[in-house]
Ligand binder design. Sequence first.
Ligand SMILES: [Zn+2]
Ligand SMILES: [Zn+2]
Length: 338
Amino acid sequence: MKQAQVVAPEKLVYRDIAPPVAGAGEVLIRVRRIGICGSDLHAYRGKHPLVSFPLVQGHEFSGYLEAVGSGVTGLKHGDLVTVQPAIGCGVCPRCAEGLFAECDKLQFIGGALPGAGSQLFSVRADHVVRLPDGTDPDDGAMIEPLSVAVHSVRRLGEIKGRFALVIGGGTIGNLTAQVAVKMGAAAAAVMETNDFRRGIAEKLGLVALKPGEGGEGERIRAALGGHVPDVVFECVGGERPLNLAIEVVRRGGGVVVVGVYEEPPRAAMISVQDKEILLAGALMYTWDDYHTAVDLVSGGGVRLGPLRTHHFPFERWADAYRALIESSGKTMKVMIDV
Ligand SMILES: [Zn+2]
Ligand SMILES: [Zn+2]
């Protein structure tokens, strides 16, 4: 079978390797869709400090069960599944609470561990999530980023009745806004520089704002029906959006940092202290967030289709990266069809 390996920065090759088998406690997945995430692009370009080459990518994916190893129950041949790719040590106090993202020994499929970038992928069955009948494999491959959004929205407690601002209208920002609304936020506005991405937000019924035109605080308040945001989600990963979040959130409000920073920002900590802002980071999800994401998709609570802008065949994965790197600004979620 073919496996896509990134052997050096921006060098992706296909290797013919022996197909894996489902060992005890494992399943074998015939991979169908792989979503490309911002962190994948980072790693592909050799700009991810925690990843070394060669690298098999793919942590957002879906596929059909090809074989089930001994001792595996509740899963059968033909099931459409996705995988929860974050693996904690399983024994520390954090893992015991289900907070594996906070485990000191956290490992990630498609990061330090090989990802699903192959025609067949074997993985431990206890990280497999069976998707409800009728689920679109494209949606199945987006449960992972949706779980990030679910976790972010829950990070500072109940969102119900609160006014939310999301800075950054990429996949995670868009999903964060959709989830906030679905979970009962009084209103959620998205701030995004890119016209195309703002258009997608609007198409999904979200209020979308363009930053950098002055009077931000006033325009945000107007977008939230006259309210100052109770919570701001920083989904860009930059100094300016972070400081905008700190500036516009109400006194005593919360800022959730979801974006990944390339450079250490100079943050307006004077205001964080003075306004008693709760500042929280969000990396990934719990099992509960993962299952909530599945429910949100099967219940039709969030719409993933409008976020998918491109599909590339497995053999042209490098072209998918090229499209993202040379983006005309009209890309969002790019999928690989295996
Ligand atoms: Zn991802
Ligand atoms: Zn642990």
